[in-house]
Ligand binder design. Structure first.
Ligand code: NAP
Length: 232
């Protein structure tokens, strides 16, 4: 059986692993990750060098980078390592979100630009726990977290709870915390209740654009990734 390495941590990666026998790789950030079907390895490779060594040792037929659109470092390492070892690489990345009638979106190129665009307004931050740092200079932030993170300004409001948040949760939080603006990354995927809620509430959304795709071969569906694997 040819070895195919899937860099995962997304619903698309799990879907691919349920259709094709692959070895899935997870970063190991989440304590109890949703495991894909089939074989799984967990933990970083040790930079580009580590990934090159791993590829040389295991000789996969192909690598599919199905990491999250904002996992830019892993994607860059995959491009460099696969080029060095001459292994075919496919980037599988779901389409981004598109603005709909009623939306008030401002697109920005980075988290830092998003923080600048918020200014003095009261922002609901939905960018994930690893993306808080660029916002630490802001005063009025509503942050959702499973437990209160250390090192955030005392002026911030923390809403404790676990995703997914329903449309009702989103609307209630926007109203209760007098949110002026929402900040999100353009993660894409199924329609997000937070975007629906912002539309209904007439709330501006600052949308952080994705980092550029560096791989030469790119698809945006699991079916297209399967076809690419067959062709390789
Ligand atoms: P990142 O910043 O691009 O990567 C940081 C380091 O984590 C990489 O250099 C690599 O370590 C390790 N790593 C990342 N993904 C890996 C994988 N699938 N298998 C093995 N090692 C991996 O990544 P991130 O944004 O922290 O994302 C980490 C994981 O969470 C990814 O699997 C991603 O798909 C998932 N995820 C991310 C987001 C997001 O918003 N960024 C959202 C949902 C899910 P070494 O250098 O040691 O190899």
């Amino acid at each position: 059986m040819p070895l195919i390495l899937v860099l995962g941590g997304t619903a698309e990666a799990r879907e691919l692993a349920s259709r094709v026998p692959v070895l899935s790789s997870l970063a190991g950030r989440v304590r109890e990750p949703e495991l894909p079907a089939g074989d799984v390895r967990i933990g970083g490779f040790g930079g580009v060098e580590g990934l090159v060594a791993w590829l040389r040792e295991h000789r996969p037929e192909a690598v599919v980078d199905a990491t999250h659109p904002f996992a830019a470092q892993m994607s860059r390492h995959a491009v460099e390592a696969c080029r060095a070892v001459d292994v075919p690489l496919l980037r599988l990345q779901r389409p981004g979100w598109a603005e709909q009638p009623g939306d008030r979106w401002t697109r920005v190129p980075s988290l830092a630009a998003a923080a600048e665009a918020v200014g003095d307004r009261r922002a609901l931050l939905t960018t994930g726990r690893q993306a808080v740092e660029p916002f630490l200079g802001l005063q009025h932030v509503v942050l959702r977290a499973i437990e209160r993170p250390e090192g955030i300004p005392s002026s911030w409001t923390v809403v404790l709870g676990r995703p997914p948040w329903s449309l009702e949760d989103e609307l209630a939080q926007i109203a209760e915390h007098h949110v002026d603006v929402m900040v999100t990354k353009d993660s894409g995927g199924p329609t997000a209740p937070k975007l629906q809620a912002a539309r209904q509430a007439g709330l501006e959304v600052i949308v952080v654009d994705r980092p550029p795709v560096l791989a030469a071969d790119v698809v945006d569906t699991v079916t297209a990734a399967e076809a690419w694997l067959l062709a390789h």
